[in-house]
Write a protein that binds this ligand. Structure first.
Ligand SMILES: NC(=O)c1ccc[n+]([C@@H]2O[C@H](COP(=O)([O-])OP(=O)(O)OC[C@H]3O[C@@H](n4cnc5c(N)ncnc54)[C@H](O)[C@@H]3O)[C@@H](O)[C@H]2O)c1
Ligand SMILES: O=C/C=C/C=C(\O)C(=O)O
Length: 503
């Protein structure tokens, strides 16, 4: 098991003086305990990691009031240079406590240590550095025109802080997805009330410690812990005193939050679910495509919103591709997060594994062929108390089966053959979701042609989850609303005003 990451004074133990840390909320620059706590469980072995203070309505309101006060205070007036320096200090702080952050992510999620190092924590740092650098180089639009009487008119655009931003994030990439919103929100001069997932409170708590140490003014960043319905998530998203909500999570939750936001006509940004497709043409670099689909299906045990759950392979290479992917999948090492060469840890929780396993059963009921996996690995050690599931490949389902239409969010993909380019484009687009798609081909014009026709916010050609943080990121249809990244984040986290001057 990971060494306990939560060794700082802010995680001091209250109820269990011996060892179980208590994670507190961070409000107006102070650590706040609440009456109710919930357990944070390690999915590797079912053991208790920490107890977490659940923010009740009064606590959430206190966090929002603190942010509102700070928003009216000096923060919005800080210079870009000062804010950029603070963001870099936060990035430095994460770097200085790199191993604590890695251990926190690993303990909460069971993900491989090397993934936490190279993806999660590295991106947490990059998110702060990227937006610090972006605001220093940002420009704005200017339009010159002529008034009816011939006078010269100058229009220019300014970005002002929105005020208080409510941030609600999921458990699948906890630090990455939280900082992806916190960094630009602060960069644009806003104050923040952030609620991480109840499944993954640890790295967010460390982030609050780092932010406190970096010297952000009190109330600019506030952290509340808790659940969604009838808990901190609902109290935050239904408050009339926040100015915008940015949310990453399930489409259904996004819809609930949107109803709450409609009441006050709040700005929303949603990064939601997916049922992403990977398309492999016969002209693809075969080995690269197999390796790519292996990654895009099973990284983080399939718990990345961008993972491929629908794989379409051109019929002439279908059997060979399925056999090769099966072979590679059966070589994946499912192990403790700290094990040398580990490829996959458990799912995030037993509850989530129950959901994923219900789809493994449904696949059989719907008539799927189980090519590999379809169950739970047996280890003969404490991992048997964990939330592990086998990486699973299925074939033989129609495009109307529930397993090929609904997001499963686990280590499973369905592979189907296709015959023509037009056919596969139509099948990929026949989905209520539209987050990301991958194309594997060496045919240059086909790559452009096909990519342009996918109804998704993101298309990767001969790669997957390769990110440039300046690019627009988000989904169409049930996969989201709006785009974040680079100037798209700068726009969302700002009130954009046009100033028109008659010269
Ligand atoms: N498009 C993207 O960029 C992206 C990225 C990551 C994850 N996701 C999606 O997230 C989902 C997995 O995450 P999850 O299970 O944590 O999602 P979830 O919607 O259950 O929870 C996400 C967050 O919302 C909170 N929440 C739940 N109900 C709420 C309510 N009624 N009001 C306010 N807050 C509420 C939760 O406590 C949590 O903090 C998958 O569907 C995945 O595709 C999308
Ligand atoms: O699980 C979803 C992954 C989302 C990734 C990002 O939001 C990103 O890379 O910025």
């Amino acid at each position: 098991m990971a060494s306990n990451p939560l060794s700082s004074p802010h995680a001091a133990s209250a109820q269990d003086a011996v060892s179980t840390p208590l994670l507190r909320c961070f409000i107006d620059g102070a650590w706040v305990e609440t009456a109710r706590t919930f357990d944070n469980i390690n999915p590797v072995n079912g053991r208790l990691i920490s107890r977490v203070c659940e923010a009740d309505r009064d606590t959430v309101n206190a966090a929002i009031s603190a942010a509102n006060r700070a928003a009216k205070g000096g923060w919005r007036g800080t210079s870009v240079t000062e804010r950029a320096a603070l963001l870099h200090r936060i990035a430095d702080g994460i770097e200085q406590r790199f191993d604590d952050f890695v251990a926190a992510e690993v303990a909460d999620t069971g993900r491989p240590v090397h993934q936490a190092r190279t993806l999660d924590v590295a991106r947490g740092i990059a998110n702060f550095r990227t937006f610090a650098d972006l605001i220093k180089t940002a420009s704005s639009e200017m339009f010159e025109s002529t008034a009816p009487d011939g006078a010269k008119i100058l229009n220019y655009v300014v970005r002002k802080p929105l005020g208080t931003i409510g941030i609600i994030s999921p458990w699948n990439l906890p630090l990455l997805l939280l900082t992806w919103k916190v960094a630009p929100a602060l960069a644009m001069g806003n104050c923040v009330v952030a609620k991480p997932s109840e499944e993954t409170p640890s790295s967010a708590t460390l982030l609050a410690e780092v932010i406190q140490a970096a010297g952000l003014p009190n109330g600019v960043f506030n952290l509340i812990h808790g659940f969604g319905p009838d808990s901190a998530g609902q109290f935050l998203s239904t408050s009339p005193h926040i100015d915008a909500i940015t949310f990453t999570g399930e489409s259904r939750t996004g819809s609930t939050i949107m109803k709450a936001a409609a009441e006050g006509v709040k700005e929303v940004s949603f990064e939601l679910g997916g049922k992403n497709a990977a398309v492999v043409f016969a002209d693809a670099d075969f080995d690269a495509a197999v390796a790519g689909v292996l990654r895009s299906s099973f990284t983080n045990s399939g718990q990345v919103c961008l993972c491929s759950e629908r794989v379409y392979v051109e019929r002439s290479i279908f059997d060979r591709f399925v056999a090769a992917l099966k072979d590679r999948t059966e070589q994946l090492r499912i192990d403790f997060p700290q094990a040398e060469g580990v490829d996959m840890g458990p799912l995030v929780s037993h509850a989530h594994r129950d959901k994923v396993l219900s789809y493994y059963r449904l696949a059989r009921e719907e008539g799927a062929i189980i090519v590999t996996g379809g169950g739970v690995p047996v280890f003969g050690d404490e991992r048997d108390q964990g939330a592990y599931a086998q990486p699973t490949i299925i074939t033989g389902l129609s495009d109307t089966a529930r397993c090929t239409r609904e997001e499963i969010f686990g280590p499973i993909c369905h592979i189907a053959p296709f015959d023509t380019e037009d056919e596969v484009i139509a099948r990929v687009n026949d989905s209520p979701y539209g987050l990301a798609a991958c194309v594997w081909t060496t045919h240059l014009s086909r790559a452009h042609r096909v990519a342009a026709q996918f109804e998704t916010g993101i298309v990767w050609v001969n790669t997957w989850f390769t990110r440039d943080l300046r690019t627009p990121f988000g989904g169409t249809k049930l996969s989201g609303m709006g785009r974040e990244g680079g100037r798209y984040s700068m726009d969302f986290y700002s009130e954009i005003s046009n100033i028109c001057i008659r010269l």
